[in-house]
Design a protein around this ligand. Structure first.
Ligand code: GDP
Length: 200
């Protein structure tokens, strides 16, 4: 998948604000500060299309971007940030759940994990929940540049075990070196059913 264009479309908190569901869609989820913005920016070859919020967790919006005028990339608000006010935290679950269950054009969710951190109950719950709704998952371990090759492989195995997944399902990625960019785009393309098609 060659990325030729990427533009911000809109921010939403509820379905009435989502763009009309006329294109397939891939959503990106992850803990606050995991590197989700950096990953999306790397995929679309832009420095700051997705802006990193200075105060994580203050505004919890679902941001829609249109890529190649053919697919929406959806940046879901990060979870797990300790200093998020309780009221905002309370809002997160229902907002995400509404999005994930109501969006008919959703083709898959990319879950971004820090390679240095063994996933906890939030990730296990999210994965179990996505499985229950039969939503396809792309698993990405980011910030791999922070570990030696040997430790990357060790961590990948441990994270795979923690999630009861096969290690081959975990894509190693770095926004710093751009390692894994093609693998992530290929995985997205696969979820879109575009393997055999060149997107123009
Ligand atoms: P978000 O809150 O998940 O959107 O995270 P950001 O993309 O804003 O990244 C959080 C911090 O991690 C920033 O300081 C980034 O520069 C850094 N970061 C993100 N991805 C990588 C990566 O692949 N390698 C390294 N070394 N740092 C990264």
């Amino acid at each position: 998948m060659m990325i030729k264009s990427a533009e911000f479309v809109t921010s939403a908190v509820k379905p009435a604000h989502y763009p009309s569901p006329d294109l397939p869609e891939i959503a990106f989820a992850g803990r606050s500060n995991v590197g989700k913005s950096s990953l999306i920016n790397t995929l679309v070859n832009r420095k700051r299309l997705v802006k990193t919020s200075a105060t994580p967790g203050r505004t919890q919006l679902i941001n829609f971007f249109i890529v190649n005028k053919a697919v929406y990339f959806v940046d879901l608000p990060g979870y797990g940030y300790a200093r998020v006010p309780a009221a905002v935290k309370k809002h997160w679950g229902p907002m995400i759940e509404t999005y994930l269950t109501s969006r008919k054009t959703l083709k898959g969710v990319a879950l971004i994990l820090d390679i240095r951190r063994i996933p906890g109950p939030e990730e296990a719950n999210l994965l179990a929940w996505l499985g229950r709704y039969d939503i396809a998952i792309i698993l990405i371990l980011t910030k791999v540049d922070k570990l030696s090759k040997t430790n990357q492989l060790k961590q990948r195995q441990m994270i795979a075990d923690a999630l009861a997944k096969n290690k081959s399902e975990l894509i190693l990625f770095s926004a710093k070196t751009r390692k894994g960019k093609k693998e992530v785009l290929d995985a997205i393309e696969k979820q879109l059913g575009w393997e055999a098609r060149d997107v123009t």
